[in-house]
Design a protein. Structure first.
Length: 174
């Protein structure tokens, strides 16, 4: 009976010490697994789409500005003639329509350039190019203001500056 008791105490102490020895072992610290950087195709798609939009705006502006002088000369010539002599009402009406169309074209540029600048502000993939494109909406507003004031010959200059900023933006985009 003494041996049984001795054996039981021995096994219990052996179990006790083995548990405390197990608790003393240091477990290797788990290293945090770095999350992989995911490049989404959506951001690449945003950049590609924005690049196409920038290119289209450059083309639209340069075409418009290159065709502007003949229209402006025609408008100004009819305005001068209407002050010096009597013109037919149809000529005056046509001239006023040309002025309204020109102002509307400036408004359309403003809407398009504002939307483009907003895309660069709101889409994370495009924010790094925002400094290059920032201000194009302001140039288009200046152009519209000049046209509304009847200074059509000067109205193309701010649009030319906007085209320059767009070209600079296009140059840094992948």
């Amino acid at each position: 009976m003494k041996t049984v008791r001795f054996l039981i105490i021995f096994l219990m102490s052996l179990g006790f010490f083995s548990v405390s020895a197990e608790a003393q072992k240091k477990k290797p610290a788990k290293k945090p697994v770095p999350k992989p950087v995911v490049t989404t195709t959506a951001s690449f798609g945003d950049v590609k789409t924005a690049k196409e939009k920038v290119s289209n705006q450059i083309k639209n502006i340069t075409t418009f500005v290159s065709k502007l002088p003949p229209f402006v000369q025609s408008i100004e010539a009819i305005d001068r003639e209407s002050k010096t002599r009597k013109l037919q009402q149809s000529s005056i009406d046509l001239n006023n329509k040309m002025k309204r169309d020109l102002i509307q074209a400036m408004r359309n540029f403003r809407a398009g350039l504002t939307a483009l600048e907003t895309d660069f502000r709101t889409k994370p993939a495009l924010r790094k190019y925002l400094l290059k494109i920032e201000g194009i909406a302001g140039y288009s507003a200046q152009s519209e203001d000049l046209a509304m004031a009847g200074r059509f010959s000067e109205a193309g200059q701010p649009l030319t500056s906007a085209a320059g900023k767009l070209t600079d933006t296009l140059a840094v985009m992948p």
